[in-house]
Write a protein that binds this ligand. Structure first.
Ligand code: GLN
Length: 215
């Protein structure tokens, strides 16, 4: 089982290092063929506008949407959260509209550009996550099929999940926090080797990928 890390821009090296330290095979994903044999994808932090341009330029948009449609787990962190959101506040076009939320970029403003806090995420365990926020987004609207995984004490939503797609505002890879990556790896194993008795409709195989770019 291999997990891809989108390696066009941003904090991809840290994600690869964390996965490898956990004994998980990590693959740099730059081109559509890099997704072959990959059972999950991490979209790192960075600058979402740069990621938007590079994914379009390298023909990555359709292949990533196809991988998500097949049921492979996708984790977006920080800028990665922005690119998987169905809606971006302020009217920017979505990049990979995979999760039914509205995200606001740079939501903490200049006063609180970057900060760290202990964030409870009950879905991954009792011990809070040491969450590092860097010019981070927040979720302003949560669709009906979206589960809130974490919110700040004032109620602002910073981690969400819709089926196989998880989006978080902060950077677990900078804090050596492994539990979110472990969750993705567990989901990826389940995707790669569905348990016996689970019919294939659980992980429907997509039609052959159309390599043409929509954008
Ligand atoms: N501020 C960045 C953006 O809006 C995200 C920052 C990050 O990924 N650390 O794209």
């Amino acid at each position: 089982m291999k997990i891809g890390v989108l390696a066009l821009h941003g904090a991809f090296i840290e994600h690869i290092g964390l996965l490898e330290s956990m004994g998980i095979e990590a693959v740099r994903v730059r081109l559509p063929e890099d997704l072959d044999g990959v059972s999950g994808l991490i979209i790192p932090g960075g600058e979402s506008t740069t990621m938007r341009k590079l994914t379009a330029r390298w023909g990555m948009r359709r292949p990533i949407l196809d991988l998500a449609a097949k049921g492979a787990p996708i984790l977006g962190t920080c800028a990665g959260m922005i690119v998987v959101a169905r809606e971006i506040a302020g009217g920017e076009e979505p990049v990979f509209p995979l999760i039914d939320v509205t995200v606001r970029r740079n939501a903490f403003g200049r006063q609180l550009d970057s900060f760290e806090t202990e964030l409870p995420i009950p879905a991954i365990g009792d011990r809070p996550v040491h969450a590092i926020f860097i010019r981070a987004p927040i979720i302003e609207r949560v669709g009906p099929d979206v589960e809130v995984l974490a919110a700040l004490p004032d109620g602002r939503v910073v981690a969400v999940r819709q089926r196989n797609v998880i989006a978080i505002s902060f950077h677990p890879e900078l804090a050596g926090e492994t539990r979110i990556h472990r969750l993705i790896a567990t989901m990826a194993t389940e995707y790669a080797e569905p348990r016996e008795g689970i019919v294939s409709s659980e992980h429907p195989r997509a039609l052959p990928a159309d390599r043409g770019e929509a954008m």
